[in-house]
Design a protein around this ligand. Sequence first.
Ligand code: PAF
Length: 282
Amino acid sequence: MQVFKHIHELRSQISVQKVRGKKVGLVPTMGALHRGHLELVSAARRENDVVVASIFVNPTQFNNPEDLKKYPRSLETDLQLLEAENCDFVFVPEENEIYPEEPLTKIQFGYLNSIMEGAHRPGHFDGVGLVVGKLFNIVQPDRAYFGKKDLQQLTIIKKMVHDLNFDIEIIPYPIVREKDGLAMSSRNARLNDEERKEAPAIYRNLELISERLSKQETSFEAAKKSFIEEVDRHSTLCTEYIEVVDTKTLRPVENLGEGKNVSICVAVFAGNIRLIDNVSII
Ligand code: PAF
């Protein structure tokens, strides 16, 4: 496995592979790798000749400076984990490699940025769009892998790829969960014992209301209300939002019409740690 800090070095190695006709898979990450990331790498390994992972805690996507400061970092362990997954190239740029000067380019996502994460984390998707666009141009992968936990991020990236004609196939990967159902996230490492104990209530209640909705035992409004009541009765948990949306467009839906794929998306604070999760009802 080769580790690169500089764009020109990574680019020249990738172009050697591309000239040989090799397919390149990219797994963009912010490090603090967990099994969810490693499954993306392993999928990329199965489907491509060359696997590139990037580790960059992207400052432009943090709307909260404290969150950026406290974001978990574990580069040494991350590199060992990637090596064990047979990753070929790891890109670990410093901040000034990616942002040598203040970027003025903004990719705007219209409606997609006005709801859920976009509404609660102003500027977040501007930063995600910018850095993912840069990574796509730097690596020029054939395929790029993203987890479905960040459903809105996935939707925005698919739209960007479509709108800007990036010649890249976006591969969504199912949410990877702990045994007790908690969606894997780098932020889980920051939960204290009590928060960690209570956090699985998020998925438990998502499953519960999704089952009731699919059996038409409850209305959307009652389901949302019951999720908030059940989750927020835990002393460390506080729901920020719960939305029922069309999985493709992220537009709100009022009922489970024929053939609709609907997702229930939530953000819940466990103490100061903000967790997101979603389930889909087909
Ligand atoms: O999902 C993430 O970890 C980040 O948002 C990403 C896609 C690596 C961009 O910084």
